[in-house]
Write a protein that binds this ligand. Structure first.
Ligand code: ZN
Length: 655
């Protein structure tokens, strides 16, 4: 084998991983060597004869494990976006090994004893030192040997189950696809969409990883809608068993670490801090949200002439939306061409706010031919980093949209950020890629995360960019959504793909009016998923769950959110975020972050909106700080006050 590309730093600009050289057979040897090298480095730090200092202990840990870092970053990025049977096998094998590896470091007694003796007067170092202490204590550094032994076992099993959960789901998205023989059954979908679903004379509509499949808004055949819905909520039933097992193991682990349940353990190092704070917040939202959804259901039943079933909701919502607002979501698509949405929308908003500019680098490439690479420059022309965009859905890509880092910004290594956005837009068989309004919104959202990564200006990789608490990380990305309908930005990107005509003013007005429509549905489906996550992770240690589906139903009822026409956005069996995505007891984060988001949008509006000075203020106080300071302190520095829930209630129509 030629030299493994992971063994040395990339020689490409910005240390972009050399995707052209990386082969599947490079991963395992790189993981093995990376873990071995990392352990040797850590042992040298722990066994040093010198008195512990910040530099020879904490900074040394920050400098360690470079091969492993490079390998894991690329591997998990490709495994999420363009996986294969081989990569799935590797993932299955290395996930528990990585867990063992991180336990070996965090449970190293000599290392922990050394960390406890480090002192520093520098505020940025002191903050990082505190992070390290928290990380070690939360990982079980202070437990006895037998307790640590049990903890290692729990972590390994959890990591194995989590991989299994997501791999089952990837299979289910095609295995549970809706298959019809006759294109007439798909009446309502547009012709190009139907053509792209054709496979060997049949039509296959794969499931997206949410309950409410987008096609439910269009399919005119009620029975086909019912079948699609039932496939959606019934997928991957094997995952119910895994979920029960995971929730039980997490409760046991929380008890080992001195917490009453997994949720308490999780929120302790978030900005929420306590389960009571989260429950108080959710409690204020449930009643008004359900009332809203019930009123909406009545309006829909009026339109349909019968009580609304969950598979009818989107279909009749679309009809009511058209009747009430004379609004046709499909009429917008021709104005949302992918390339233009980015160039004249997403990028343009960033240019006007922060002065940054974008140049495509066709000479650089990702792991797939559809990935585009852009170089990002600051206003003074200095290089800021790289932005990669992987817009299209493909069979080996997991559902949803996300941002990830390929290189973390840090002054320690003198490295600039390389960040990436993944979307799941259906690639048309031919012609331009036209987006839905929701997809445009997602593009701005994910780019908000990208800016958080790109503007990072911190010393240490551990706190770079988006390395902030989960209940804070969605805040900057949500703020970036405010530019989707900002008049100058919308006028710039929303142009007809054939004629170049701007979107008609009345369509824009209708869009804004219709935005407030269906908020009851959106809030309830989100809260139901949140409360489901919460119920699984407030399980007491030792509490048994004989029937996962009954548990699910009881949890929704107990929380006052059970309303059959609006099922949770995710059911347990396909709730990736919490059983495979690091959001366990953390799905509340979106609405928690939205409190800060709504406050910040208000600030921008009070201060003249889309202006360089406003962007600079947000960038300086918030986006550039990464996790290097207390996140709520940076919010206060930006907003000038403590956050309140008022702007959020207003926005969601819940006052
Ligand atoms: Zn996000």
């Amino acid at each position: 084998m030629a030299e493994n590309p992971f063994f040395a730093p990339s020689s490409l600009p910005y240390r972009l991983p050399p995707f052209d050289e990386i082969r599947e057979e490079h991963y395992l040897p790189a993981f093995e060597r990376g873990m071995a090298e990392h352990l040797a480095e850590v042992e040298a730090i722990a066994g040093s004869d010198e008195p512990p200092t910040f530099d020879n202990t904490i900074a040394a840990l920050e400098r360690s494990g470079r091969i492993l870092d490079r390998t894991a970053t690329v591997f998990f990025s490709v495994a999420a976006s363009n996986t294969s049977d081989t990569l799935m096998e590797i993932e299955k094998r290395v996930s528990p090994e990585l867990t063992r590896h991180s336990d070996a470091i965090r449970l190293d007694r000599a290392l922990w004893a050394r960390i406890k003796r480090v002192t520093t007067d520098d505020p940025e170092q002191a903050w990082l030192l505190e992070k390290y202490r928290e990380d070690f204590i939360r990982a079980g550094a202070d437990l006895t040997e037998p307790e640590q032994e049990r903890l290692r076992g729990l972590n390994e099993e959890l990591s194995r189950l989590s991989t299994e959960f997501s791999q089952n789901l990837l299979k289910a998205s095609t295995e549970s696809a809706l298959v019809v023989d006759d294109a007439a059954e798909l009446d309502g979908l547009d012709e190009a969409a139907i053509r792209s679903l054709e496979k060997n004379g049949r039509y296959v509509l794969p499931l997206l990883n949410i309950t409410n499949q987008p096609a439910l808004a269009q399919l005119t055949d009620r029975d086909v809608r019912r079948r699609l819905f039932e496939l959606s909520v019934g997928r991957a039933p094997v995952n119910f068993g895994l979920a029960v097992r995971m929730a039980t193991l997490r409760a046991e682990r929380a008890a080992l670490l001195g917490f009453p349940d997994h949720a308490s353990y999780v929120v302790a190092d978030q900005t929420a801090k306590t389960v009571a704070a989260v429950e108080e917040m959710l409690g204020q939202l449930v009643g008004p949200a359900v009332r809203n959804a019930k009123a909406e259901a009545e309006a829909l039943a009026g339109q349909a002439g019968f009580p609304i079933e969950p598979w009818d909701w989107s279909y009749y919502a679309e009809k009511v939306r058209r009747a009430r607002y004379d609004f046709d979501a499909d009429a917008m698509r021709p104005y949302f061409e992918l390339g233009r949405v980015f160039r004249d929308g997403v990028f343009e908003a960033a240019t006007r706010l922060y002065g940054v500019t974008f140049t495509e680098r066709p000479d650089l490439s990702g792991y797939h031919e559809d990935v585009r690479v852009f170089e990002v420059f600051d206003e003074d022309g200095s290089a800021l980093g790289l932005f990669l965009l992987d817009p299209y859905a493909r069979p080996g890509k997991r559902g949803g949209a996300w941002m990830n880092n390929l290189v973390d910004q840090s002054f320690l290594f003198g490295e600039k950020p390389v960040v990436m956005n993944n979307l799941n837009i259906t690639k048309p068989a031919e012609g331009p890629t036209l987006l839905s309004y929701d997809e445009v919104n997602t593009a701005f959202h994910e780019f908000g995360h990208a800016l958080h990564g790109l503007f990072s200006a911190v010393r240490f990789p551990r706190v770079s960019g988006t390395s902030v608490p989960r209940d804070f990380v969605e805040y900057p990305s949500q703020v970036n959504e405010m530019w989707v309908t900002w008049p100058e930005i919308l006028a710039s990107y929303a142009r007809h793909h054939e004629t170049g005509e701007p979107m008609p003013a009345e369509l824009v007005e209708k869009l804004k009016a219709a935005e407030r429509f269906n908020q009851g549905f959106r809030t309830v489906e989100y809260l139901a998923a949140t409360l489901l996550d919460w119920a699984w992770h407030r399980l007491a240690p030792g509490q048994e769950v004989p029937d996962a589906e009954a548990f699910e139903q009881a949890a929704l009822e107990a929380a006052g959110i059970a309303f059959p026409p609006v099922p949770p956005r995710y059911r347990t069996s396909y709730f990736m975020h919490i059983f495979s995505g690091g959001y366990s007891a953390g799905y509340y984060s979106y609405i928690w972050s939205e409190v800060l988001d709504a406050e910040s949008v208000e600030w921008f509006k009070e201060n003249g909106g889309l202006k360089r000075a406003n962007g600079d203020h947000f960038r300086r106080e918030l986006l550039s700080r990464g996790g290097s300071v207390d996140p709520l302190a940076s919010f206060r520095a930006f907003r000038g006050r403590e956050p309140g829930i008022g702007p959020l209630l207003e926005r969601r129509g819940l006052v």
